[in-house]
Ligand binder design. Structure first.
Ligand code: KIV
Ligand code: ZN
Length: 387
């Protein structure tokens, strides 16, 4: 029996905090509908108190998107919680998500209140949210830089107040996997009522470790992972949804006890939609969904892949709804790949003819970064003209 890992998508909230990624109501709705097709468990669709437009966008999603739990963010302020509830109350499965900093840095500089007062504010906010719905998530912002004893006290108290999900964010992407796993494990062992809540993780990518930290946390008891399509988000972004869910499948030898319900073959489409609507480009070498993730350029690699894909590919592009392996023809490409490309274009050459063609190809490839089909066609046309 495998244990389900809930996928909490925050592309429309934390992801939209990416500088320049602002989305309007229609765009948010379009992405939310696609996230429902992707079959994520939770869609966090915004911060309703922030503006009337944001409120309406969250409300439209709550009214029209069926399947996933719909949530939105509130500070531990009654007005924020009221706004979230007003916006999400028509959802099939509404959740209120409230949060408060728990690290000394946040308490001293940002919140400027003492730890006990803040603990009580958290408890009060959860109690207030519970008047609206049974499903209340509480996040301890900056958990990875917080005192463990204090966090345990806060978690116990907010669970007693009715929190059903406890989220432990690595807000500034500071943790390393072993340390983050140990933090989750300590909390699982030390908080007496932790079994009454789902433990969630939310990792930022400042040190490039967001996905590694999230995967490590699963091994120590996290059952909800918060992540964003294409890894977009504040600063260096959040854990990339596509990397987490694909990693769990491709390394099922290592993660054999866990599964998600994500529809993997919707990943490619979702990723392109988010990139097109936010205007945030996908880096070419981005794991799983970058255009180079299934492209092979050097002759040695191309030769291997043409003989058997598994030589240089661990993910089949079709698994994520993408295009099959592509050969990029450059000056480093080998004969095998060029011959294969010509055959696919309908040209079958004798060995001596091909040898001459390959020389012409290399001459051109030395002048260009990449040789495209149009270039091969032009080379063939030249050859036919002089034949
Ligand atoms: O990074 C963070 O701590 C957050 C919380 C609001 C969950 O985004
Ligand atoms: Zn965040």
């Amino acid at each position: 029996m495998t244990e389900k890992i809930m996928i909490f998508d925050s592309t429309l909230r934390d992801g939209e905090q990416t500088p320049g990624a602002r989305l309007n109501r229609k765009e948010k709705l379009k992405i939310a509908k696609q996230l429902a097709k992707l079959n994520v468990d939770v869609i966090e669709c915004g911060f309703p108190v922030s503006s009337p437009g944001e409120f309406k966008a969250v409300q439209s999603i709550a009214q029209q998107v069926k399947g996933p739990i719909i949530t939105a963010l509130a500070r531990t302020i009654q007005g924020d919680i009221d706004a979230v509830w007003e916006a999400i109350k028509d959802a099939e499965r509404p959740r209120i998500h409230t949060f408060l900093g728990s690290s000394d840095i946040h308490m001293k500089y940002k919140l400027q209140k003492d730890p006990q007062t803040l603990l009580e504010m958290g408890v009060e906010a959860v109690r207030y949210a519970k008047r609206y719905t049974a499903d209340v998530q509480y996040s301890l912002e900056d958990a990875t830089r917080s005192d463990l004893d204090y966090m345990c006290r806060v978690i116990e108290a907010v669970i007693n107040a009715g929190a059903t999900v406890i989220n432990l964010p690595d807000t500034v992407g500071y943790a390393v996997p072993e340390e983050y796993g140990a933090m989750i494990s300590n909390i699982m062992n030390r908080v007496p009522n932790i079994d009454k809540a789902i433990v969630s993780v939310h990792c930022h990518n400042d040190l490039g470790l967001a996905v590694a930290n999230s995967l490590e946390a699963i091994k120590y008891g996290a059952r909800q992972v918060e992540c964003n399509i294409n890894g977009i988000g504040e600063r260096a972004g959040n854990a990339a949804l596509e990397e987490i869910v694909t990693g769990l499948v491709i390394r099922k030898d290592y993660f054999q006890d866990y599964r998600t319900d994500v529809q993997l073959d919707e990943i490619y489409k979702t990723s392109r939609l988010v990139s097109n609507l936010t205007g945030i480009p996908i880096p070419v070498n981005k794991a799983v969904i970058g255009i180079n993730a299934f492209a092979h350029s050097s002759g040695i690699h191309q030769d291997g892949v043409l003989k058997n894909l598994s030589t240089y590919e661990i993910i089949n592009a079709e698994l994520i709804g993408g295009k099959a392996a592509q050969m990029v023809l450059t000056a480093r490409s080998g004969r095998h790949a060029v011959k294969n490309e010509l055959q696919e274009m309908g040209f079958v050459l004798e060995e001596t003819e091909f040898a001459q063609f390959f020389e012409a190809f290399l001459e051109l490839a030395d002048k260009k970064k990449e040789v495209f089909r149009e270039d091969l066609e032009a080379l063939m046309a030249d050859r036919l003209a002089y034949a």
